[in-house]
Design a protein around this ligand. Structure first.
Ligand code: SF4
Length: 509
């Protein structure tokens, strides 16, 4: 590691408020790993919440690792990964699987769980992507938490403590907990035991807000507060909608209490939820937060109907951009994906954003959706143009290629080939440019990598292990070297064929 990198770490810590440094004596050291950069990880509420929960326990010391440094060391003590008996990965996105393998390799830790013994750390992972389908990473992990940690937090931490006796003792204790999947011990028979996704019934019992503040992150010096979890709208493509069912919300008292705590550090707050404006008291919440003196921001707002008090509160808070997500251009396709917004709902939102003098309107769409036709792409152009004619400032269209996800109603559909998605994107770009509407899009070729991982099985572990520098071409080649083809994983899964995640009970429906 170069001195420049050490200096960079020190600078991160110098600019950070809320860092916890604990003495290791008599405690279980857990390193919480976000397999991506500090800049992204520090805007993850899961990182803040786990860091706080573990450090609140007197018998645990929890430190953080991101991918900024190679070889990786913890931010707090500067110790390398193999000093920690427990490595806890918080994984929210399939593309971070490459980083999980790279971090273990750079730390000199045997990649495969079966090659590790009592001299090596025990590795556990959680997060929506691995909860839905842990199989591509399964050979590298000792344990996977399926679902939310809070309902079993203390029992899980007690079980991790057993690693100080032996790996075997810890694995036996973990294996007795609900929601814990031990990939190396799980029966591979035709009818293995089911693992049930865990979810917290009463959010108010576990506050979830920022505890660390830094200028070096996406939501710089902002207090994140989770106001609700899950979403009941049932959009058929949406993993977040299914991974956090049933929808639950925090009480106003709990949210305002957390906001008061955050106000001691910052007046800037971002409300976090799969669907922020679905909170049943969102209007009242926005008004009360403004009265407390908070400046609020949200990731996106629902438009059916749009909440005027919320938009007003955003504008008063200095928010420049209103983000809405029609997802598909035509009402026909929106019905197929179960995104029940009308064109008029979207236009009303654009008019409201104009009335409150916001600087930008962002519209999120997906391309490659099941049932999509060329006319649906033209419908995106038409809808964006209709918004632009009502919103006098910058309109930007953001496009993501659709990737089918495990446990969603679209889990068996074929992923639209990258070439088709690219052609539709090119058309969109041409037509939007002619109308002075901005376009930002993600790469269809990279979406294919994500697609293989989202619905892949254990055979992908070998490809994850041998790939050096990740590119779409290198990934296809790595798969071929393992005797696999990306097309197999991107193809339709006919009804009745067994899915790699079949043993996970994701309910409630
Ligand atoms: S896309 Fe949004 S509204 Fe639809 S299910 Fe997901 S979180 Fe809910």
């Amino acid at each position: 590691m170069t001195w420049q990198k050490v200096a960079a770490t020190q600078r991160l810590l110098k600019d950070e408020r809320g860092t916890i440094r604990k003495d290791w004596g008599g405690k279980l050291p857990i390193v919480l790993i976000f397999p991506n950069r500090y800049y992204l990880g520090m805007s993850s509420l899961a990182v803040h919440t786990l860091y706080r929960l573990w450090n609140e326990r007197e018998d645990v010391v929890c430190e953080r690792v991101f991918t900024d440094l190679t070889p990786p060391i913890s931010l707090e003590s500067g110790f390398p990964l193999h000093y920690f008996p427990i490595l806890a990965f918080s994984i929210s996105y399939e593309m971070d699987y490459f980083q999980v393998v790279a971090l273990l390799r750079a730390s000199g830790i045997p990649l495969r769980a079966l090659d590790r013994d009592d001299t090596h750390p025990l590795i556990i992972a959680g997060g929506p992507a691995v909860s839905a389908n842990p199989e591509p990473l399964a050979p590298f992990l000792d344990a996977v938490l399926i679902g939310e940690i809070e309902p079993i937090f203390d029992r899980l931490t007690d079980a991790l403590h057993r690693v100080l006796d032996s790996r075997e003792a810890a694995l036996a204790a973990l294996g007795s907990l609900p929601g814990l999947y031990l990939p190396q011990h799980h029966s591979q028979t035709a009818d293995p035991p089911r693992i049930t996704r865990q979810w917290l019934d009463d959010l108010d019992r576990f506050p979830s807000h920022s505890v660390l503040f830094t200028p070096h992150t996406e939501f710089a010096n902002t207090g994140l507060i989770e106001i609700a979890r899950g979403c009941g709208r049932g959009c058929r493509f949406c993993l977040a909608g299914y991974a956090y069912r049933p929808p639950r919300q925090r009480s106003l008292d709990s949210i305002l209490g957390q906001a008061r705590e955050l106000l001691q550090h910052t007046d800037r707050m971002a409300l976090v939820s799969a669907a922020v404006s679905d909170h049943s008291q969102i209007d009242e919440l926005a008004i009360q937060l403004r009265r407390l003196g908070a400046r609020i921001g949200v990731s996106s707002v629902r438009v059916d109907p749009i909440s005027e008090p919320l938009v007003r509160a955003l504008a008063e808070s200095g928010t420049q951009t209103l983000t809405i997500a029609p997802e598909a251009g035509s009402e026909r396709l929106r019905r197929i994906i179960h995104k029940m917004q009308t064109e008029q709902d979207v236009i009303n939102a654009a008019e409201l954003a104009g009335r409150y003098h916001l600087a930008q309107l962002k519209l999120y769409f997906m391309i490659g959706l099941p049932g999509e036709e060329e006319a649906d792409i033209q419908a995106i152009v038409d809808l964006a143009s209709a918004c632009a004619s009502r919103f006098p400032r910058q309109v930007t269209v953001n496009v993501t290629p659709f990737v089918p996800k495990a446990h969603t109603p679209f889990q068996r559909v074929a992923q639209t080939p990258a070439a088709v998605v690219q052609r539709r994107l090119d058309y969109l770009e041409r037509e939007l440019r002619r109308r002075n509407i901005g376009l930002k899009s993600e790469s269809p070729a990279w979406a294919e990598i994500q697609g293989t991982l989202a619905r892949g099985d254990r055979r992908l572990a070998e490809a994850l292990q041998i790939i050096d520098r990740v590119t779409p071409r290198a990934w296809r080649q790595a798969l071929e070297r393992c005797g696999l083809s990306a097309d197999e994983f991107l193809a339709e899964r006919p009804a009745g064929t067994r899915l790699p995640w079949h043993f996970i009970r994701f309910g409630p429906s």
